[in-house]
Ligand binder design. Structure first.
Ligand code: SF4
Ligand code: SF4
Length: 93
């Protein structure tokens, strides 16, 4: 396999892929105005929210449920938008 095949350029990154590493050194969570709150009675553990969060701010708990890390969540609302069962509500921080 050629180097080009092993290391595709940014145009080959799949839709929804993350081209950069989210911040881990700086807590960026205080940027947000709204925060996601998960209704665990509705959540099906599909983890779409974990996959789509551009900041990697939704962790997976030991029981398989997602959990937002408010230290890094910027409140963009993508997780709430992508949740297929509307288990995530954006509330004022
Ligand atoms: S996208 Fe919604 S249903 Fe799926 S794991 Fe996240 S909160 Fe639960
Ligand atoms: S609101 Fe945005 S940054 Fe925060 S957990 Fe959801 S997708 Fe990630």
């Amino acid at each position: 396999m050629s180097l080009e095949e092993k290391l595709p350029g940014w145009k080959e990154i799949p839709i929804g892929g993350i081209p950069f590493k989210p911040s881990t050194e700086y807590k960026t969570g205080d940027w947000k105005v709204f925060k996601p709150v998960i209704n665990y009675e509705k959540c099906t553990k599909c983890l779409f929210c974990h996959i789509y969060c551009p900041d990697g701010a939704i962790k997976i708990k030991e029981d398989g449920y997602p959990e937002p890390d408010y230290d890094f969540c910027k409140g963009c609302g993508i997780c709430a938008e992508e949740c297929p069962v509307k288990a995530i509500e954006m509330v004022k921080d």
